[in-house]
Design a protein around this ligand. Structure first.
Ligand code: S3P
Length: 441
């Protein structure tokens, strides 16, 4: 049954400490990397969401065992050639673009054919971005116009590649790196910077990866193929999940929140830099290193006089999953905010650029949208009284959650459909909102 949420009250002032669940990107990468290790790997604080469960079921279908309980997740890796499965085995990535793109890399040497499927939303997303490099490695791929379902078969003799990744996509970069890990010789990727969790995990495992940073480009080289042993990993809180609470607090009155132990990897903290430029009161405390990633506690206070932003394009990839939330802040900031070269937003679980534009227009905010940009005419006095219904967002978890934040900070009566979509990334989102005082029916 499709569940609906009703909200007709702004959140009352709060002063709370919360923990958000483990990082989704790191949880999926842990599972995929552990599946190729020799022996047992253990992760603590892994995210228990639908996308992560899809990753566990995927490796299980490929012959790798795991155990998951409240405290930890164990994966019993069988080494780089350890996948065992029958011809035409079906794997289902559900809603997860990250899982679906990264798994191609691990299937570079697959001896039997795999059929990769996904849910309705994932089946509308283009896979050419990974099909192109994977064919260069020698993978055999059959698809209808580069959409799921896709049939994948590996090669006995993968060839290392030189590839220019132009989209700033961490999924594409990581897919290539996972394939390079199983391919003898030197693979070289020239890329627009994007989240670098895979590179950091490789370094943590002492795999021979080299990263050279140039002005707006990076050159990554990897010399495969290299086995590694099972490993232990602690997954910090997810900055993308934290962002809903950062924005909720900024846009509420007289409130404060402390979000404990969050991953603050620089390739993910665009939202913090952008909101600080908009004069948002955000501070990081207790910064420390955790297995190659930085973590911190985030302190946020309500901010009255937010300013518009002309968002630098090098922030786009660093805030790609948070742009909808930033649009909501821009809607209530003084002045006109501008975001350029953000076409990638149209290729997410739903077309997030159109969704954001429609949401802002619905609440009375003037915008100008093109194929790859948006201008937002902020209104710091925005107050809502009408009824707003949010539906038809392809069950995009982030589109759904941003609607909750709009409802709880702006007033009016809201009816939000398909709230089960939230389970893909943040299953306890609503219970955490209630814990800090939100009234949701
Ligand atoms: C992700 C990369 C991003 C992001 C997605 C997770 C990852 O996608 O939007 O939610 O874990 O690598 P792109 O790399 O395609 O931009």
């Amino acid at each position: 049954m499709k569940r609906i949420a009703y909200i007709d009250k702004k959140i009352h002032k709060f002063n709370k400490k919360i923990y958000v669940p483990g990082d989704k990107s790191l949880s999926i990468r842990f599972i995929l990397m552990a599946s190729q290790a020799v022996g047992k790997s253990v992760a603590y604080n892994i995210l228990k969401s639908e996308d992560v469960i899809s990753a566990l079921l995927t490796i299980k279908n490929l012959g790798i065992n795991y155990k998951i309980n409240k405290k930890y997740c164990e994966i019993y890796g069988m080494g780089l050639n350890g996948f065992k499965f029958k011809n035409n085995t079906i794997i289902n990535a559900g809603n997860s673009g990250t899982l679906a793109r990264l798994i191609f890399g691990l299937l570079i040497d697959a001896r039997n054919s795999i059929i990769l499927r996904g849910d309705k939303s994932l089946s509308k997303r283009d896979f050419y971005r990974v099909i192109e490099p994977m064919k260069m490695f020698g993978q055999i791929i059959e698809s209808k116009n580069n959409y799921l379902p896709i049939k994948i078969k590996g090669t006995k003799y993968p060839r290392p590649i030189n590839f220019f990744e132009r989209k700033g996509s961490a999924q594409v970069k990581s897919c290539i790196l996972l394939s390079a890990m199983k391919t003898p010789g030197i693979t070289k990727i020239k890329c627009i910077p994007s989240r670098d969790h895979t590179e950091r995990l490789f370094k943590y495992l002492k795999l021979p990866i080299k990263v050279k940073k140039k002005k707006n480009l990076e050159i990554i080289t990897f010399n495969g193929k290299k086995n590694y042993k099972g490993f232990n990993y602690i997954i910090p809180g997810d900055i993308s999940s934290s962002s809903f609470f950062i924005v909720l607090t900024l846009l509420s009155k007289n409130s404060k929140i402390l979000i404990k132990n969050v991953n603050i990897n620089k390739s993910r903290t665009g939202i913090i830099d952008i909101l600080k430029k908009m004069k948002g009161k955000i501070n990081l405390k207790n910064i420390k290193n955790n297995m190659g990633e930085k973590v911190a506690d985030i302190v946020v206070q309500s901010t009255d006089n937010l300013k518009s932003i002309n968002c630098p394009i090098n922030m786009n990839s660093r805030s790609i999953d948070e742009l909808l939330l930033i649009f909501l802040v821009a809607a209530q900031a003084k002045g006109i905010s501008k975001f350029k070269k953000i076409e990638e937003l149209r290729n997410k679980e739903t077309d997030r650029l159109s969704f954001g534009n429609n949401l802002l227009n619905k609440i009375g905010i003037k915008t100008k949208m093109t194929q790859d940009s948006i201008k937002i005419y902020g209104n710091p006095d925005l107050k809502l009284k009408d009824t707003y219904e949010i539906r038809k967002f392809d069950k995009d978890h982030r589109a759904c959650m941003v609607s909750f934040i709009a409802a709880l900070t702006l007033g009016g009566k809201w009816k939000i459909h398909d709230i089960d979509s939230i389970k893909t990334s943040f299953p306890n989102f609503i219970s955490l909102l209630k814990q800090i005082g939100a009234k949701i029916n």
